[in-house]
Structure formats: C-alpha cells, structure tokens
Write a protein that binds this ligand. Structure first.
Ligand code: HEM
Length: 452
C-alpha cells in the first residue's frame, strides 16, 4: 500500500453514496455546478461513491491525459454491470490489451474514412427518404425523436445491411426495449426493467446471428462484396493463417455495441445543432451560404459526394462547437487495476476514476469566453491544447465512430438547412438522462424553402 493519503471527500451513505445527488443534478441540468461545488469544497481531486463503487473524481488536461492514455495495466475500462450483461462480455468496452487492439482494428477497417467515403451515397439516400417521410408537408416536428429514427435507420442500413421493412421495424422495437434497462439496477426478476432489457437483447442478438448466417452464405456462395456492410466486413477479416479475426460471439456483441454507441450520440448532436442554429442567426446564415453553394452545383436529385463533404468546413466547425457546449457523453469511468498515485494522492486498486467532458470544454483558460457559441475556435484545431476538447474521448479508446458521425451530421444538416426554415416552439432548457434531452424533444415549426 502506498504511503499517500486518500483524496479528500466523503463516500457518503453506503451503496447510494452521491449517486442520487449526481443523477438529480444531471436531470436538472445542474451537474456542472454540482461538480464545481465539489471542487470548491475539496479541491481538484476528491473521493466520492458513485453507483455502488468508491470513486475518485479528477479533472483538467492532465487528468484527461491520464485517463485516456493509461494502459490496461493501471486503468481498465469500467462499465456498469447492466450494460456489460446486456451487450455481452466480448464487446469492445470490456476488452483490453491485445484483444481490444484486435477487435478495434477489425471495426476500424469498416469505420475508417477510406472505407466510409464509399457510403456517402447510401447515407444520402437514407436522409432523403427520412425527410420525405417525416418532414415534407409537416408544419411542426419534434427533432430529437426524428433524429433517433434517422440515425437508427442509417446504422441499420450501413452497418447491418438491414433495409426498410418488417425486419428493421422489429429490430428498432427490440433495440429500444434493450436500451431502457442499460442503466438500470441489474436485478433479473420478471418485473424489472433489467429483465425486459435482457429479453430484448436476446432477440436483437438472435437477429444479428441470423444476419451473420445470411452474410456468410452471401460471401461463400455468391462472392458478395466484403465491404457491403459492417457484418460482412467483420466476417471477411482473416489473420495470416486465414482464420477469422473475430469470433461469432464477438461480432454479435460488437455489432450490438456499435448500434448502441452510435445511435443516441449522433442524434443528440444533430438535435442541438438545430437548436443552436435557430438561436444564432449569423452562424445560421453562414451555414446556409456554405450549403447552398454546394446545392447549387447539383442537378435535381444528384447525391452529395465525399468531395462535397470536404467543402462543408464551416458546418463541421459548428458541429464541433455544438459538441464542446453540449457533449452527448457527460463523462465516464475507468477502474484502477492496482494502487495508483495521482497528484500526491492514492487511488486504491478496484476504485473507479471519474472524468467529466465539460470540465476542460468550459475552462476559460482553454476556451476564452466558454459560454459563447463561437465556431471560429475550431479554425485551427491544432492550436487547441491536447486532451482538452474531448467529446469523442481520447487515446487508444477514442471514439471509432468519429468519421461516421461526421458524415451523417453533414449530410443531414445539408438537407435540413437547404430545404427548411425553422423556429423553436419551446425554451432552450434540457435535462440529462444521461444524454441531454431538450424540453419536449425540441418541437419546431418548419416551413419549406426553395434554393435561392
Ligand atoms: C456525435 C457522436 C458521437 C460521440 C459524441 C461519441 C462519443 C464517444 C466517446 C466519448 C467515447 C469514449 C468513451 C471512453 O473513453 O470511455 C466513444 C467510444 C466509442 N464510440 Fe462513440 N461517439 C459518437 C458516435 C459514434 C458512432 C456513430 C459510433 C459507431 C458507428 C460510435 C462507436 C463507439 C465505440 C464502438 C466506442 C468504444 C471504443 C473503444 O472502447 O475502443 N460512436 N464514443
């Protein structure tokens, strides 16, 4: 045991600790203040108890670097038990060392920009169909639920090759049931939400197994394109001995993870972009100008291309600034694999380490006037100190869906901005559950617009 002391703070009431206080603050959207208060009381490093585990909260550039770059020998990934059971033990979040590298490498072979650039057309088609079905001829829409539908459909089509129809409808229903219990207490009794979620997860996983079988047949019998979707791609990746790099169970677990990790996050980003654009007329005008220039160069019905996305520089800066101010992921946990000394204190083996995204995002030493919406901060991203802008995390576990999220965001905003004008019907408040949810799911009044 180290001679260092534990950080200041209290572990609170057994089991419950400070979990309810944090959850209450998240729901009231005062979690940042709640954390500021802790810092004023205990300083930059403090102990508390969250979700049944003793925890050390740390923040700032050095803390982020420590969390994101520590290898599995000092900090391992720490997910709650419900999430782990529902997604399955072979999901990337549970893996470390060579297994993490192997599975992540396989996922990246589909999610890297060089592969994804071939799917802009497909993304484009999903977005246009979504707008025809849910936005055209409407006066009022709720943005968040629609963005969830859209991002789910994009994932179904691009990653699983499940197109519109009965199968996709079933998948979305089970998937939503599965999500409900992911952050629940892991008690498996017939009336608990964890139990319902586990049942839904079985159905989702069975469908993925069925898909795997179909894709395997497609590859063997019909010589299908190995890059037609994520599942086919994962089935085709082999090592030097020609053995499949990922087991079937790993494919099932990771396909379910990607569905979960890529769905809410992107829909939250799109929703807050719509809100911020409605509140920022000058920025909205610049986004519109950029998008109209691209739209004017297109024939009727012509799809956006990878090159077009490369020209949407200002729009992407707006997305980055939205992520700075409203990061979908509030923060996360790691687990100390051994006793660790950090900043003069002891983090004992088995304790959690808690990091919070907005601590550096709202730090005026890093981002001047942090509460001002200013996309120009991202004109020179290299000037932002490392480990300070972390909506996608950092280090070896940095979000592998970054490029996927970027493409779907740019394509969606292109069509929404060029085809509609909108005004907000509710206030700008939101709560976190744990993703940010704006009042009423962000209802807006929309009007169609023509290209000028
Ligand atoms: C705006 C959209 C998104 C945001 C803000 C976001 C944020 C994050 C963050 C913060 C992490 C790291 C968590 C940690 O270090 O503990 C992460 C990991 C991950 N994300 Fe995303 N994400 C987004 C979109 C996506 C998409 C579209 C996909 C899939 C297509 C995806 C798949 C994943 C996966 C698989 C991991 C785990 C990586 C690992 O452990 O190595 N994400 N994401």
């Amino acid at each position: 045991r180290s001679s260092k002391n534990l950080p200041p703070g209290s572990l609170g009431i057994p089991v419950i600790g400070q979990s309810l206080a944090l959850l209450r603050a998240l729901r009231a959207n005062t979690a940042e203040e709640w954390i500021e208060q802790r810092i004023r009381k205990y300083g930059p490093i403090s102990k508390l108890s969250l979700f049944g585990n003793p925890t050390v909260f740390i923040y700032g550039q050095a803390a982020n670097k420590f969390v994101f770059t520590s290898d599995g020998n000092s900090l391992s990934n720490q997910q709650n038990k419900s999430l782990r059971t529902i997604l399955g033990e072979g999901n990337l979040l549970e893996l470390s060392g060579p297994d993490h590298k192997r599975v992540r490498g396989a996922l990246m072979s589909f999610l890297k920009p060089e592969s994804l650039k071939n799917y802009v057309d497909k993304m484009n088609e999903e977005v246009k169909l979504h707008i025809e079905k849910h936005w055209d001829n409407k006066q009022e829409v709720k943005v968040l639920p629609l963005m969830k539908t859209l991002t789910f459909n994009i994932i179904s089509s691009l990653l699983f090759g499940v197109e519109r129809g009965g199968r996709r409808d079933k998948l979305v229903k089970w998937f939503e049931e599965m999500l409900e219990g992911m952050w629940s207490i892991p008690i498996n009794l017939p009336f608990t939400s964890f139990h319902r979620s586990l049942g839904a997860s079985k159905r989702v996983q069975n469908m993925v197994k069925q898909l795997i079988e179909e894709k395997r047949r497609g590859l063997v019998e019909n010589g299908a394109d190995s890059h037609q979707d994520l599942i086919t791609c994962l089935l085709s990746i082999c090592d030097e001995q020609n053995r499949q790099v990922m087991s079937e169970e790993e494919i099932v677990n990771n396909v379910t993870l990607v569905m979960t990790a890529g769905h809410d996050t992107s829909s939250v980003l799109l929703t807050f972009m719509m809100q911020l654009l409605a509140n920022q007329p000058t920025i909205y005008a610049s986004v519109l100008q950029e998008q109209e220039e691209i739209a004017r160069g297109k024939q009727e019905g012509e799809s956006l291309t990878w090159k077009d996305l490369g020209r949407m520089k200002f729009t992407w800066r707006v997305a980055l600034e939205t992520l700075r101010m409203h990061p979908p992921i509030f923060g996360g946990f790691r687990k100390a694999v051994k006793d660790i000394e950090y900043d003069g204190y002891l983090i004992p083996k088995g304790w959690q380490v808690f990091w919070v995204t907005s601590m550096t995002h709202n730090d005026e030493k890093v981002f001047a006037e942090p509460f001002k919406f200013d996309p120009s901060r991202f004109e020179n991203q290299a000037a932002i100190p490392p480990y300070c802008f972390v909506p996608f995390g950092g280090g070896p576990r940095i979000c592998p869906g970054y490029e996927f999220a970027k493409i779907e965001t740019l394509v969606t905003i292109h069509y929404l901005v060029t085809r509609f004008t909108w005004e907000l019907c509710a206030d700008n408040r939101f709560s976190r559950c744990p993703m940010p949810v704006p009042t009423g799911g962000l209802p807006i009044k929309i009007k169609p617009r023509k290209l000028i």
